[in-house]
Design a protein around this ligand. Structure first.
Ligand SMILES: [Zn+2]
Length: 195
């Protein structure tokens, strides 16, 4: 096919335009991939390994030293029951955490929610059992290494919470000194004290 000069010029312009569109497409694609990669990137620090049920230093450890005083005096999972306060059958917390928990439970009940504690203080032996049942974190399981769980410090509770109760917790638990310290575990609430 014969081409007139004007057509050749247009064809070259079209080619350049097409190349421009392709390059823009590639650029958008690469930027999208980078964005996706960033979105899917596992969160760092205490969110991945050290976070699950553990004392990450940034959670309960960053609050007043008194919160961890008993656990540090005796060691994680080694606190004598005589030093703790029973908050439900076979469920124990430090005296401060127990006082906070009483207020928390009263608030939950007043708002019409049930209060069911599935776990509180855990001894080293109990944490060992949990590790053998659930597997160790970082090895495909969900249990914190023995000696690293916040439960061993007698400051955490695992609660049965429905959606409405969880919403209440996020809005009001802090009033009683409790905070969600492990994002992946909405049932796990820890006494961090009241400022
Ligand atoms: Zn827990």
């Amino acid at each position: 096919m014969m081409k007139f000069p004007s057509q050749v010029g247009r064809s070259a312009r079209n080619k350049a335009l097409r190349l421009c569109i392709v390059l823009t497409g590639v650029l958008v694609f690469v930027v999208s991939l980078l964005g996706l990669g960033y979105a899917l990137k596992p969160t760092t620090g205490e969110m991945t390994t050290a976070g699950f049920d553990t004392i990450a230093g940034k959670t309960a450890g960053s609050t007043s030293a008194q919160v961890l005083a008993l656990g540090e005096k005796y060691g994680n999972g080694r606190i004598p029951t005589s030093e703790l306060v029973q908050v439900a059958p076979e469920r124990y917390l430090t005296p401060d955490a127990a006082t906070g928990f009483a207020a928390l439970a009263a608030g939950l009940r007043a708002a019409g929610h049930d209060v069911k504690i599935n776990s509180a203080y855990r001894t080293l032996a109990e944490q060992e059992e949990l590790v053998s049942d659930l597997g160790l974190l970082g090895e495909g399981g969900t249990a914190a290494a023995v000696g690293t769980s916040e439960h061993g410090m007698a400051i955490s509770v695992d609660l049965t919470l429905n959606g409405a109760a969880l919403t209440w917790m996020f809005a009001r638990a802090q009033d009683s000194g409790f905070s969600q310290t492990v994002a992946e575990e909405p049932w796990h609430w820890t006494w961090i004290g009241i400022d």
